[in-house]
Design a binder for this molecule. Structure first.
Ligand SMILES: Nc1ncnc2c1ncn2[C@@H]1O[C@H](COP(=O)(O)OP(=O)(O)OP(=O)(O)O)[C@@H](O)[C@H]1O
Length: 211
């Protein structure tokens, strides 16, 4: 139904609708809703309405479509915020320059999602490591982090940050040499798993195992 009612030339839009008790879904006046959101966008462009703040979780966008999604990522990137959530997934935009967001100040002892939802903590790659590490300890199950992106998008760099934070969490810091051993094993594992050349297609995966 959403497709049928799409305005000509419009991007795809994602609408979340609750089902009624009988299982049916009421879309209301979709055309009207689309016109209102389009009108609001034009007014923001003309400066008649303030620019809505960039959200750190794309699920919180009131109108989620390709344009608002990219605008949000672009706006955050301009503010040097390269990390953005989509629910439990972390999007990283490669800055191709060093940002001072990996120093010990950012190695919070506990990157609680609750604190992040309250806006106290920005999305960060260390939070992903933290969630995997604590899920492993609490559930006593191995965890896997999948990193995907095209060649040069920053998969290797992200893996290094994950390992860096995981070794810090496990109290086996740089001094123990564990981090360097794991980082050194990366290229060997890639070749053994046969996806060195095609890493960008398959994505890199990183497992966090309970010893
Ligand atoms: N978070 C980051 N901060 C700063 N620079 C970054 C970051 N992520 C990536 N880069 C830069 O981008 C370059 C390419 O990143 P990286 O080697 O991790 O990509 P990749 O996805 O592993 O590439 P490939 O699939 O070809 O191996 C790095 O050499 C680095 O200069």
């Amino acid at each position: 139904m959403a497709l049928e009612n799409r305005l000509a030339g419009e991007d795809y839009r994602f609408l979340l609708r609750e089902k009624d008790l009988d299982g049916s879904i009421r879309y209301g006046n979709l055309q009207m809703w689309l016109r209102v959101t389009e009108e609001r966008r034009r007014m923001v462009e003309r400066g008649l309405l303030p620019q809505p703040p960039y959200v750190d979780d794309l699920c919180a966008l009131p109108d989620l479509n390709e344009r608002t999604l990219l605008e949000n990522l672009r706006g955050r990137f301009r503010q040097e915020k390269i990390y953005t959530y989509v629910g439990g997934i972390l999007i990283v935009v490669n800055p191709f320059k060093f940002l001072p967001i990996y120093n010990p100040k950012y190695m919070h002892p506990r990157w609680s999602r609750a604190a992040q939802r309250l806006g106290k903590l920005e999305p960060h790659i260390y939070a992903v490591a933290d969630v995997a590490y604590h899920a492993m300890l609490q559930r006593r199950r191995n965890q896997c982090i999948v990193i995907s992106g095209e060649s040069g998008s920053g998969k290797t760099q992200s893996t290094n940050f994950l390992i860096h934070h995981l070794t810090a969490l496990s109290q086996k810091g740089f001094a123990s040499g564990v981090e360097q051993i794991i980082l050194g094993a990366g290229p060997v594992l890639e070749v053994r798993m046969g996806f060195s050349a095609d890493k960008a297609c398959f994505g890199a995966s990183f497992c966090c195992c309970d010893p």
